[in-house]
Design a protein around this ligand. Sequence first.
Ligand code: UDP
Ligand code: MG
Length: 328
Amino acid sequence: MTDTKREIPILYLVVPCYNEEEVVEKSAAVMGEKEARLEREGKIAPGSKVMFVNDGSKDDTLRLLHEIAAKDKRFAVVNLAGNYGHQSAILAGMMTARAHADVVVTIDADLQQDIEALDLFLESYMAGCEVVYGVRNDRRSDGMFKKATATAYYNLMHLLGSRVMTNHADYRLMSKKALDALSEYQETNLFLRGLIPTMGFSSDVVYFDVKAREAGQSKYTLSKMLTLALDGITSMSVRPLRLIGGLGFFVFFFSMIMCVISLVDWVRGNNVPGYTTTMIVSLLIGGITLLSLGIIGEYIGKIYLETKHRPRYIIDTLVWRGEDKEEQ
Ligand code: UDP
Ligand code: MG
């Protein structure tokens, strides 16, 4: 936590929209009203905005967003050239907003995430946190399938060593300092939920209730969800590669034992002719192949991590005083 007192921040809400024509007007009204209220209560500074990111919608979303922004300067629109997906859309919004905002909160367009939690987000920021994670209280509003797959997924991610936060879905506050740090990460395979916790910074968790979607259907199709899930695993962890390595070592070890057993059998004259040679050849080839794959996997894992060019450290604060020169 910082010991300097924070000033009331300019807040930008970043709202990704993909085919949200049924809901954007309602969302804009609710979000605009909430910001106006926060401003009146002195919790955010004038100049705060709601920034919609149109992620290549094919319906009327963009036209509606233009209308909303034309009526009220509280609203801004970032229009992406195509559909890049939820993660890239919020990154585009955050990176655009960070030039103007002190804090950015990313929130879905469908009003499922309780906007009243913003007060708590801001409280944690004022107390010195750079990142605040919104975590849903329960999964009552989800279907059986989503509930079961989500739980299994978080368990798998933790098993693989990811620091992803259970039931946190990109409803999150980030300070300008944290956003500047995030901008140092150049990777294309983007899984913000896993990446941000690895950056460090003092953080906090705020619990909120999830409501049913205000209007329209979920824009996360099964294939989009699977892509996100796979990105989550492969972008954060090289543990799957290491598992292959472990398997290779195990199989190699096992095949060595089998080789010895069949040689002993041969010496004792216990087997049919040709058995020993066949066994040894196939065991050696199998064992050595898998072991080699494992070793190659280790190197690929290293190359993979190197190619991301992640910052190796992030400085939070620096206290540095030059030596006082004594004037004579
Ligand atoms: N979204 C996006 N690009 C996409 C898919 C979704 O920007 O390719 C946005 C969508 O408009 C919404 C948010 O991501 O604001 C979350 O999507 P949704 O509410 O459909 O997901 P769910 O709540 O069902 O997981
Ligand atoms: Mg939703």
